[in-house]
Write a protein that binds this ligand. Structure first.
Ligand code: SF4
Length: 181
């Protein structure tokens, strides 16, 4: 089955791509992440994925670079409560729409590999947007492969980010550092 894989970053994509392949999915990547700030960080993650894509032969579609406004319009006034679910919704809805318009029967996301995010909420959002665009949400619990995927990525010399993506998550990272120092 031709499946579109939303990719948040290269390190998470390695295992997800292989796991989909093992269960009969012909995966293509999709990079739409207007939540990644600033532009220098966005470009490092994008270039890292391009490197992976060339090295393992994974076709990836990149959607309109640096659409920060999409993210801020979606989460404004919800920075402290529903910011992350709205961020997942934004990215997965675009993935579902692209899948529907480009002949994919289903889509999935590397967000499902993260042990740090609300897995069940991501699943629920994926299923909701799938219905809206009449495609299947390919649910897989990729979390058992998280360490393996990141280890492989280190061995390939790919860039590893230090925070989730948005400027709020970067601030939280510095808050944590200042609390322990
Ligand atoms: S912390 Fe991560 S998931 Fe949450 S809003 Fe920021 S980039 Fe999106």
């Amino acid at each position: 089955m031709k499946t579109l894989l939303h990719i948040c970053c290269a390190p998470c994509a390695i295992y997800c791509k292989e796991s989909l392949k093992e269960t009969g999915h012909e995966a293509e990547g999709f990079f739409y992440n207007p939540n990644i700030h600033p532009a220098s960080e966005y470009n490092m993650r994008k270039e890292s994925l391009e490197k992976l894509s060339n090295s393992v032969g994974l076709k990836v579609s990149y959607i309109s670079d640096l659409q920060f406004e999409d993210f801020f319009r979606k989460i404004t006034f919800h920075e402290k409560d529903e910011r992350c679910p709205l961020c997942w919704m934004l990215r997965l809805a675009k993935t579902a729409e692209y899948a529907s318009k480009n002949g994919f029967r289903g889509f999935s996301t590397t967000l499902l590999i993260s042990p740090y995010q609300d897995h069940e909420r991501i699943r629920s959002i994926g299923e909701t947007v799938a219905k809206k665009y009449s495609v299947s949400f390919v649910y897989k619990d990729f979390r058992p492969g998280f360490k393996e995927s990141h280890q492989a990525s280190h061995e390939m010399g790919l860039y590893h980010q230090k925070y989730c993506g948005c400027i709020y998550s970067e601030r939280e990272r510095f808050d944590k550092v200042s609390k322990v120092s």
